[in-house]
Each structure stands twice: as structure tokens, then as C-alpha cells.
Design a protein around this ligand. Structure first.
Ligand code: NCD
Length: 318
């Protein structure tokens, strides 16, 4: 059974195919409206979510399938003490595919080991968030035309931000990627990411705490919020929450073709006055999340042996 736990679960070639399918879907999603008729997606969310859960549900509904699930641990039997392993065994009887979000790192991996349907990690603690990465890759590929030779500024909470961790894992497989890690000292990327991923791959990266110094040199600025729920004490959060605020003045130093991305939700780190700048693509990014999740649901259902009727691909040059 094929699951999605980390962006590395797909090879570069498989990812290219998946993005290709997402791009075909984007051209005219209605052509895919009957692909998953009779199939069910379960969304099991033990942690808050707006975009990830609703974009998964929207994706399955767009494909003609049905959805079921829960949106908080309180409204599931987790509140009675049921384990994730038991819950997924039961969900396997009710649905054809499942997306799960949990505050504990590795929870979706445990679920996948007990599941007889494909399991998608929709975020496990501060660890990974592979479908946000698919969203980010589709956004970059669609708007920049490439996934290689990019200078990418990652800004904010690089310690707890799982979207950043997954994105780093995914992007280092493309040539000519250079990261500028922009964070306060206490929120630097975890040292194991440097030692196990960046250094062995000889990936170029620099670290700074000054957004002003880095912004002029970037192709992409990936902003993140400070992850309040992962802090041990509120004082530390309050001290760091407004460390970076991207406003119009700071953006003046950026290149004309730089993209400002953000997985959302935004708190204070991007001032609303930036939203109308053509470089601000975070709401478009959320829209791409639906197309890429449609593509992912199709692929994983097919790999699990479901016969799906796909429309012929539209002409690439159309
Ligand atoms: C992210 C997450 O849940 O990690 N949100 C999302 O899925 N788009 C980012 C965040 O919560 O800061």
C-alpha cells in the first residue's frame, strides 16, 4: 500500500508526473468531476486546520467523491482514549483513502502501518507536511516555470515550522537551489536538518536574522508564522511573534519578479498592505493546494488498485 508521509516518498520523476496532472486539472477541473464517483475520503484531524482539511475535502468533492471525518480530537473517540492505530483500522472499513493531521510527530506513520487504505500525512507535529510541499512546488513551478536554480529565503519559525522542513527536503533534489534561512537565533532550523540533509547534500545555505539584508537577493521569500502551539511558554512566543513583519517598505528592496509565499494562516508576519502587490501569491498558493490534492488523491487511489476513468490530457500547448 502506497502512503504519503514525506515529500521524499515520491521520486523526482513521480513528482513531475503528479505536478503535470495537477496542471492539467487546473486548466479545466470540471473534466475530472466524475473520476472518483463512489469513492470516499476520510479527513481525521486531531489539530486545527482550515486550508488543509477543506482543500482535501474540496478536492474530493471536485472529483465527484464523498467525504467524511472529524475536525478535532474532541469530537472523535480520541477523547475517550482510543489510539490512532485503532481509529485507522476502523476508518479503513469506512473510506477508500484517509488524510490525517496529528500533533504528535510520527502519528501518521503509525496510522499507515495499521491501515489497509492509503494514508496521507496532513501534518504531524513540527515534523512534516508533505501536501503543503506539493502545493508549494506546484506554485513555484507554475509561476516561476522551474524548480531548479532558485534562491529561496525561508523566514520566521524555522525550528517548529513543519512546512519549511518538508520544503527543504523536497527542494534539495533539484540542482542550483540556495537557501537563505532568516530567523531569530532561537528559531533556527533544527541542527539535524543541517547535519543529515543540507550538509551531506552539499546544499548551499546561509543564515541570518535580518530580513532586510537578504530580501534583495531572493527569487522566493517563504514567510511563516511563529508556531505558538509548539512553544513551551507563552512569554517566549510573545517575545518572538512580531520579529518579522513584511511590509511595503521592506518589499521595495525586493526584485520585481520575487514571489512572496506563505502556507497560511498569517498572523502578523505579512502586513495586509502587501496583499495587493503582484508578488504576493499566498492566496493563489492556497488555490493550487486544491489541484495538487486532486492529483494526489487520484494517484494514490490508482496505486491502491482502484480503477479510475481519467479524461484524456489537454494539449500541453493549449
Ligand atoms: C501550516 C501547518 O499547519 O503547518 N498550515 C497549513 O497547513 N497551510 C502552517 C502553519 O500552521 O503555520
Amino acid at each position: 500500500m502506497r502512503h504519503l508521509m514525506s515529500p521524499l516518498d515520491f521520486s523526482v520523476a513521480e513528482l513531475a508526473e503528479l505536478l503535470d496532472l495537477a496542471i492539467d486539472i487546473e486548466k479545466d477541473p470540471s473534466r475530472y468531476r466524475s473520476v472518483c464517483v463512489g469513492k470516499k475520503l476520510a479527513t481525521c484531524f486531531y489539530e486545527p486546520s482550515t486550508r488543509t482539511r477543506l482543500s482535501f475535502e474540496s478536492a474530493m468533492l471536485n472529483l465527484g467523491g464523498n467525504i467524511l471525518g472529524f475536525s478535532s480530537a474532541d469530537s472523535s473517540s480520541a477523547a475517550k482514549g482510543e489510539s490512532v492505530a485503532d481509529t485507522i483500522r476502523v476508518i479503513s472499513c469506512y473510506a477508500d483513502i484517509c488524510a490525517i493531521r496529528h500533533p504528535k510527530e510520527g502519528a501518521s506513520l503509525v496510522a499507515s502501518q495499521k491501515s489497509s487504505i492509503p494514508v496521507i500525512n496532513a501534518g504531524d507535529g513540527g515534523h512534516q507536511h508533505p501536501t503543503q510541499t506539493l502545493t508549494d512546488l506546484l506554485t513555484i513551478y507554475s509561476l516561476k516555470g522551474r524548480l531548479d536554480n532558485l534562491r529561496i529565503g525561508l523566514c520566521g519559525d524555522l525550528k517548529f515550522g513543519r512546512t519549511v522542513h518538508s520544503l527543504i527536503h523536497a527542494l534539495i533534489r533539484y540542482p542550483g537551489i540556495r537557501f537563505i534561512m532568516i530567523s531569530p537565533e532561537e528559531l533556527k532550523i533544527p541542527s539535524n536538518l543541517k547535519e543529515d540533509v543540507l550538509d551531506p547534500g552539499h546544499i548551499a545555505y546561509a543564515e541570518t536574522d535580518r530580513l532586510e539584508d537578504a530580501i534583495g537577493d531572493l527569487d522566493i521569500l517563504y514567510m511563516t508564522r511563529v508556531q505558538r502551539e509548539r512553544f513551551f511558554n507563552e512569554e517566549d512566543y510573545l517575545r518572538m511573534k512580531d520579529f518579522y513583519i513584511l511590509d511595503k517598505t521592506k518589499l521595495e528592496q525586493a526584485r520585481e519578479d520575487m514571489l512572496v509565499m506563505h502556507p497560511l494562516p498569517r498572523v502578523n508576519e505579512i502586513s495586509v498592505e502587501v496583499d495587493d502587490d503582484p508578488r504576493a501569491v499566498y492566496f493563489k498558493q492556497a488555490q493550487y493546494g486544491v489541484y495538487v490534492r486532486m492529483a494526489l488523491i487520484i494517484r494514490l487511489l490508482q496505486e491502491a488498485g482502484n480503477e479510475l476513468q481519467l479524461p484524456p490530457k489537454e494539449d500541453k500547448n493549449a
